[in-house]
Write a protein that binds this ligand. Structure first.
Ligand SMILES: Nc1ncnc2c1ncn2[C@@H]1O[C@H](COP(=O)(O)OP(=O)(O)O)[C@@H](O)[C@H]1O
Ligand SMILES: [Mg+2]
Length: 312
């Protein structure tokens, strides 16, 4: 991003704990500490105080809570603004943009508490205009694919940059080389064209010939997690009410961590189910999703009640 001028947060990279610690103490608050490797979506600490930053560095670099993922850390300036997810599909020659969506990353309502793998999504976003989407494509998506091509990388598949819409314009937080979860669930509800046809066209390098149609209206989904997640939680608890939930108009329940035990369905992880709904308005999609959530039960079940609330 630095090399080709794609807007991102100011950052420095460290492999030495003492140097990282000195940098953090100089910079003070409003920084983000990231374990550079894979950490199940838990390797990023948004630090509001110096103490939080010191703790994050110690846990990642000395205690090695994420094992070797913590050999290297990225320390970034905290960016203020709405967070949005962009998805683009490329066949290595051309790309197509998906509608913009918004995940809710933290466990607590009002965007508080620890980061998770995602607690709920809405799409599309009424606060992102067509002009802003064009700017994002021009300043971020296209230069990314161009830079990859220049490096000899024929990128075929989904590119999902996570952005913050700051007062200084859109900036990239990270790239994922896959669909977002739970973003994928709302895209599957909004996509009219068969996904297989689109992916086939992508593999064959014929994306520019492929029609891609989207349903009008909005989609929302609410993630149901085990009590205690993203820290310790229980597994193997019986789940009921999914059939009832899916009787609510426009609702589909996606399974993330569930397991059959005979005829019963049990929880099998932290993020258990994703309850999705479509509607003509964002409000109707959210109302339907929450109505369906009300039918599902398992011991300790937790979900955020404010998904999409800022956009209503
Ligand atoms: N520089 C930053 N400024 C503000 N928030 C950030 C920043 N970097 C990350 N975050 C927050 O932390 C979350 C996780 O960070 P991200 O870089 O996406 O890592 P990963 O998804 O691999 O855990 C982001 O979705 C965002 O909410
Ligand atoms: Mg992320």
């Amino acid at each position: 991003m630095r090399d080709v001028g794609i807007p991102t947060a100011d950052f420095s990279v460290f492999t030495n704990y003492d140097e990282a610690m000195r940098y953090v103490q100089e910079k003070g608050v409003s920084i983000v500490v990231k374990a550079s490797g894979l950490a199940l979506g838990k390797g990023v600490a948004v630090c509001r105080t110096l103490g939080e930053a010191e703790t994050a560095l110690k846990e990642i670099m000395l205690d090695r809570v994420f094992k070797d993922a913590g050999t290297k850390v990225v320390i970034e300036r905290y960016l203020e603004g709405q967070e949005v997810s962009i998805h683009a599909l490329s066949d290595g020659k051309t790309h197509v943009m998906f509608p913009v969506s918004q995940d809710h990353k933290t466990i607590g309502e009002g965007d508080t508490g620890k980061n998770t793998g995602g607690m709920g999504v809405i799409a599309p976003l009424s606060f992102v205009s067509a002009e802003l989407m064009q700017e994002i494509e021009r300043m971020i998506v296209k230069p990314t694919f161009d830079a990859l091509r220049k490096k000899g990388i024929e990128y075929s598949g989904i590119l999902y940059p996570g952005l913050k819409l700051t007062s200084m314009g859109p900036k990239v937080l990270e790239y994922n080389a896959r669909f977002g979860d739970p973003e994928c669930q709302v895209y599957m509800r909004l996509l009219k064209t068969d996904l297989l046809d689109i992916l086939d066209a992508c593999v064959d390098g014929k994306l520019s010939d492929q029609q891609i149609e989207w349903n009008t209206g909005f989609a929302a989904n609410i993630v149901l997690v085990s009590g205690g997640y993203p820290d310790e939680y229980k597994k193997g608890l019986p789940i009921t009410g999914i059939g009832e939930a899916e009787k609510v108009p426009g609702v589909v329940v996606f399974h993330a961590s569930t397991q059959h035990q005979g005829p019963a369905l049990m929880t099998a992880g932290g993020r258990v189910l994703s309850v999705s709904a479509v509607g003509a308005t964002l409000k109707s999609a959210l109302d339907r999703a929450y109505e369906a959530v009300g039918k599902v039960r398992f011991e300790g079940m937790y979900f955020r009640r404010d998904i999409g609330a800022k956009s209503l």
